[in-house]
Design a protein around this ligand. Structure first.
Ligand code: SF4
Length: 220
């Protein structure tokens, strides 16, 4: 089964999004958050085309925008926001619109792109970047062996969820549901509540979001 890189982010946000996408597809409503996210994406894209590579600490290189990637071996596809090709290596870049810091879902989505870049274009991706808006932060994320393994496990957990076809039980905070396009279908979620998204398959998913320690902030 072919997955999209965005599924990794969605799964970490809430496994039910995967259920409503693949197991029991339902009509989606376009939320304000989605519209705002798309507009911010265009804005970052325009800005990025005018910038030099100095903020990536690269002296030379070429930018490729909106790069389609697909691997049969990984069963994965997606369109990467930006790929920097330089003598120092290839660096995937993802734009993220967030009022907080970088989230685990952002990190593993980026690592999934790194896997795709390696499989489609060859070489080893040592790190990638998250370009955050509206804060304008640029964060370098190392692509470690552990991160690769965890990403592969996430893909396995997503496929298992689809195969088993059961509505996942969730216990995360209602704040996450408030802006969700599927809220109408989730009458059973606690409001308000606390806790963690449960372990699903072999992968434990923290409900928080901000990851620390393994990302390097290059600019604010
Ligand atoms: S409303 Fe909440 S539980 Fe339902 S899919 Fe959205 S985030 Fe998940």
């Amino acid at each position: 089964m072919e997955l999209r890189v965005a599924d990794v982010k969605q799964y970490l946000y809430c496994p039910r999004v995967i259920y409503y996408t693949y197991v029991l597809p339902v009509e989606r409503k376009v939320t304000h958050k989605m519209t705002h996210g798309r507009e911010e994406h265009f804005r970052i894209d325009r800005l990025e085309r005018r910038r030099t590579l100095a903020r990536y600490r690269l002296e030379e290189g070429e930018r490729r925008f909106h790069v389609p990637l697909r691997s049969e071996r990984l069963g994965l596809s997606g369109v990467l926001d930006l790929l920097i090709e330089s003598p120092a290596g290839r660096f995937p870049v993802e734009y993220k619109v967030t009022s907080g810091g970088p989230a685990l879902s952002h990190k593993y989505q980026l690592v999934a792109y790194a896997l795709l870049v390696e499989d489609c274009l060859g070489g080893v991706v040592r790190s990638g970047f998250l370009q955050l808006a509206p804060r304008r932060g640029l964060i370098e994320v190392p692509v470690t062996d552990d991160a690769r393994l965890h990403t592969r496990r996430l893909l396995g957990a997503i496929r298992r969820l689809v195969r088993e076809g059961r509505l996942p039980v969730v216990r995360h905070r209602f704040a996450r549901c408030r802006d969700c396009e599927f809220l109408n279908y989730c009458g059973d979620v606690d409001r308000p509540g606390g806790g963690l998204i449960p372990v699903f398959g072999e992968v434990s998913v923290p409900a928080g979001g901000v990851f620390g320690g393994d990302g390097r902030v290059l600019s604010e």
